[in-house]
Ligand binder design. Structure first.
Ligand code: SAM
Length: 284
C-alpha cells in the first residue's frame, strides 16, 4: 500500500522515464561523482543503494563499478527503463517500492545515494530517516534536493505548479515540448554581455521558471516535465537538511553542493550533503 497519495508520482515518472531515457554518459558520470562525492572505484566491494533510481542513469554508473551489489529502488514504472539501461551489467538488482516503507533490512547497505528524489516524496525528512536506518555502521549516504528560493521566486513557482500539477499528463507533456525552446532562448539571452538583453533573459526566466535551460533539447523537455508535473516538489534549506543528518546521528557531514555547477553552466544547484554512520553505532 502507498503512503499518502503518491499516484501522481507514479504516473508522472512512469511516463517520464520510459519516454525520455536520457542516458548521457559523460554528464551522468560527472554528476554521479560530484553529487555522491564518490568515485566508481570507491564502491569496490560495497553494497550500494540508489534510492529513487528513476530510469537508472546513475544506477548504470554504479553498476559499472567494482561494487559487490548495486540495488535500485523506485516507486514507479521507471524501473522498467532502469532494467533496460542496466541490462547486461552483473551485480545489479532493481526493486519497485516506496522509500517511506523500504523493503530492506536495517543496516544492509555500505553506500546509499538519492539524487533528486526525497523532495518528490510527501515527507522528505521521514524518507531520509528511513534511508539512514538502512546504512551499516561506517556507511555513507549522499542526497541532493531542491534548494529553497527567495520568497518572490517561491511564490511564482507555487502559482505555476498549482495549475500544472492539476493538468492531465497527456496535456502537460505536449505543453512542455512546446515550451522547451524557450529554455534555449533564455539561455542565450542570459549569457548576453549586453545588460538589457541579459535582464530580458532574467525576466523571461522568472516568468517561465520551470522551463529547463539544459543545452540538450531532449533533456530540456524531460526536465521541464519533471518540474511541472509531480504533485510533490519541496524545496529545502541547508540548515534543514543538515538537521536531518544530525537527527539520524550521522557524522562527517560534507556540503557537496558548495562547488556550483557540475557539467554545464546553470545545471541545477541543490542542497547536496553526504554523511557517515559512525562505526560501531547500531541501526536505529
Ligand atoms: C526526479 S526523479 C530522479 C530519478 C533519479 N534519481 C535521477 O536523478 O535520474 C525522482 C524519482 O523518485 C521516485 N520517487 C518519488 N517518490 C518515491 C518514493 N516514495 N519511493 C521511491 N521512489 C520515489 C520517482 O518515481 C522518480 O523516478
Amino acid at each position: 500500500m502507498l503512503q499518502d497519495d503518491q499516484s501522481r508520482t507514479q504516473s508522472t515518472y512512469g511516463l517520464q522515464w520510459n519516454r525520455y531515457r536520457i542516458v548521457r554518459d559523460d554528464e551522468d558520470r560527472a554528476t554521479f561523482r560530484h553529487r555522491t562525492g564518490l568515485s566508481e572505484d570507491a564502491l569496490a566491494g560495497k553494497v550500494v543503494l540508489d534510492a529513487g533510481c528513476g530510469m537508472g542513469r546513475y544506477l548504470r554508473i554504479a553498476a559499472g563499478s567494482p561494487a559487490r551489489l548495486v540495488v535500485g529502488i523506485d516507486l514507479s514504472r521507471a524501473v522498467e527503463a532502469a532494467r533496460d539501461v542496466t541490462r547486461g551489467l552483473p551485480r545489479v538488482a532493481i526493486v519497485r517500492g516506496d522509500l517511506l516503507r523500504p523493503p530492506f533490512a536495517a543496516g544492509g547497505f555500505d553506500v546509499i545515494y538519492s539524487l533528486g528524489v526525497l523532495d518528490h516524496t510527501p515527507d522528505p525528512r521521514r524518507a531520509f530517516l528511513e534511508l539512514a536506518r538502512l546504512l551499516r555502521p561506517g556507511g555513507v549516504i549522499a542526497i541532493w534536493v531542491y534548494p529553497r528560493e527567495r520568497r518572490i521566486v517561491e511564490a511564482i513557482m507555487n502559482a505555476q505548479r498549482v495549475v500544472s500539477t492539476r493538468l492531465p499528463l497527456g496535456v502537460l507533456e505536449p505543453l512542455c515540448r512546446i515550451a522547451a525552446p524557450i529554455g534555449g532562448l533564455k539561455r542565450r539571452l542570459m549569457a548576453s554581455r549586453w545588460r538589457p538583453v541579459e535582464r530580458l533573459g532574467v525576466a523571461l526566466h522568472l516568468a517561465t521558471i520551470g522551463v529547463s535551460m539544459h543545452p540538450d533539447p531532449e533533456v530540456r523537455v524531460c526536465d521541464t516535465l519533471d518540474w511541472y508535473a509531480p504533485r510533490y516538489l519541496s524545496r529545502h534549506t541547508h540548515a534543514e537538511v543538515a538537521g536531518w543528518f544530525a537527527e539520524a546521528g550521522l557524522v562527517e557531514v560534507v556540503d557537496l553542493g558548495a562547488g556550483g555547477s557540475v557539467f554545464h553552466e546553470g545545471q541545477g544547484i541543490g542542497i547536496n550533503l553526504s554523511g557517515r554512520r559512525p562505526a560501531g553505532s547500531s541501526a536505529r
